[in-house]
Write a protein that binds this ligand. Structure first.
Ligand SMILES: [Zn+2]
Length: 435
């Protein structure tokens, strides 16, 4: 593997109507503030955004639930991969890729990052790959296959899809970089409440069930990208919640797919991109067909999507913070030990610094919310802090020490009790290096 291990800087209609009324009231409430708004600052950034369809053209086995008994039967929503390319005043570029898919396999990340560096000149620490963790997308095969593997139709089709996906990802990154135009970036945030902790203590241990007392991170961070004339070109937003409203046999982006669709609706040439947060122990509730009388799981996915889209709209109404460069980034793979003796896992940690204004931390795999809450507290300072999970790797659950000790579903990957300190320590090390 030539990949460098260390890289330094260089509803329902009534519901929808009610939501619109609420937004209208908020817009009215926000109006006086806009009178005192100063003139927009100069377009010191360059930005480009692109989107590519990644819905499988055939009916593949789906990802996310081990209990699935058959391949997909259709689709209710298209799946996309999207890229946001940014360039600061010094010419440093960054590309953030989001996908309506289950996860970013580490081998895929390594291959793509190598190709992007070789052919587009972008160093790997300036490339961030994130998956929404929808459980209504295709299963991927990111590791190499043997001739024997390919005798299995399920493996063969997953592998063929993943090969095509890699080519699509390279294409969408190239397109975003080719579209760079003068831009300004602003940071906003809001709150959204449907994510609930899903680790409920019981006499027999932690059950996968809603726990209203468990930790959550309800922040909805938003990065707005405006181009000449105040035209909104992209809205990058995040949330920490499993994308698991749905358990059917249709391709769909789940709540995050709907949130992106609703944010984009009625906005010409604007692309909405979703970054999944530290969602390992967070589920969307209510959840499941019939849990709310008369509503299917798809109804709830759309409702939660609308709720998150509304939070993005509300974030747009909050005071904006101008985001400046320069861009700096660091990426390393820290050795995560298992409790049993076996080779450690090279776990990816990435820190991206937007001048004095925003620190973006991207952690691999399914990270529990404790990481987000702890890091936001420990990195709190002048810059806003955005913690992303499901980035650059997809190797199972990453518990905090608390969750590891408590046990339960998210604690079973077999990590040693050094897991949290290794990851958090690496974040601080990279963060310190960039400052
Ligand atoms: Zn998961």
């Amino acid at each position: 593997m030539n990949f460098p291990r260390r890289l330094d800087c260089g509803s329902r209609r009534a519901c929808a109507l009610a939501a619109l009324v609420v937004l209208g009231l908020l817009a009215v409430g926000a109006a006086p503030a806009s009178k005192t708004k100063t003139a927009p600052s100069p377009l010191t950034w360059k930005a480009g955004v692109a989107s590519v369809l990644v819905t499988p053209t055939n009916l593949l086995w789906m990802a996310g639930y081990a209990a699935r008994k058959k391949p997909a039967e259709g689709k209710v929503q298209e799946l996309f991969a999207k890229a946001l390319a940014l360039q600061d005043e010094q010419g440093q570029k960054l590309v953030i890729v989001t996908m309506d898919l289950i996860g970013v396999g580490q081998p895929l990340h390594h291959r793509l990052a190598e190709r992007v560096q070789r052919e587009l000149g972008l160093p790997p620490q300036f490339l961030l790959l994130n998956a929404s963790h929808t459980h209504s997308g295709p299963a991927l095969r990111t590791t190499p296959v043997t001739a024997k593997d390919l005798e299995n139709e399920r493996t063969r089709s997953a592998y063929a899809y993943t090969q095509q996906l890699e080519s699509n990802l390279f294409q969408v990154i190239s397109e975003a970089l080719a579209r760079l135009e003068p831009a300004r970036l602003t940071w906003h945030r809001a709150q959204c409440g449907f994510a609930m902790n899903r680790r409920l203590p019981s006499p027999t241990g932690y059950r996968n069930s809603p726990n209203p007392d468990g930790p959550v991170d309800h922040e909805v961070p938003v990065l707005r990208v405006e181009v000449a004339g105040g035209v909104l070109r992209a809205l990058l937003f995040g949330y920490a919640c499993h994308n698991t409203c749905l358990g059917f046999y249709n391709y769909c982006g789940d709540y995050a797919g709907y949130a992106q669709e609703y944010v984009q609706a009625n906005r010409t040439n604007c692309i909405a991109l979703f970054l999944q947060g530290c969602a390992a122990d967070q589920n969307p509730y209510p959840r499941g067909t019939g849990v709310v009388p008369g509503l299917t799981d798809l109804d709830l996915a759309r409702q939660h999507g609308r709720t998150l889209a509304n939070a993005v709209e509300m974030a747009n109404l909050t005071p904006q913070r101008e985001v400046h460069g320069p861009l700096r980034a660091a990426y390393e793979e820290v050795a995560l030990d298992y409790a049993k003796p076996r080779p450690a896992h090279p776990y990816p940690v990435q820190v991206i610094q937007f001048g004095p204004d925003l620190t973006l931390v991207a952690l691999g795999s399914e990270v529990v919310v404790d990481y987000s809450l702890r890091l936001k507290k420990e990195l709190a300072g002048q810059a806003a802090v955005w913690i992303v999970g499901y980035a650059n790797d997809y190797s199972g659950y990453i518990p905090s020490l608390r969750v590891l000790k408590e046990g339960g579903y998210e604690a079973q990957a077999g990590w040693a009790d050094t897991v949290e300190e290794r990851i958090v320590g690496k974040v601080h090390e990279l963060y310190g290096r960039l400052r």
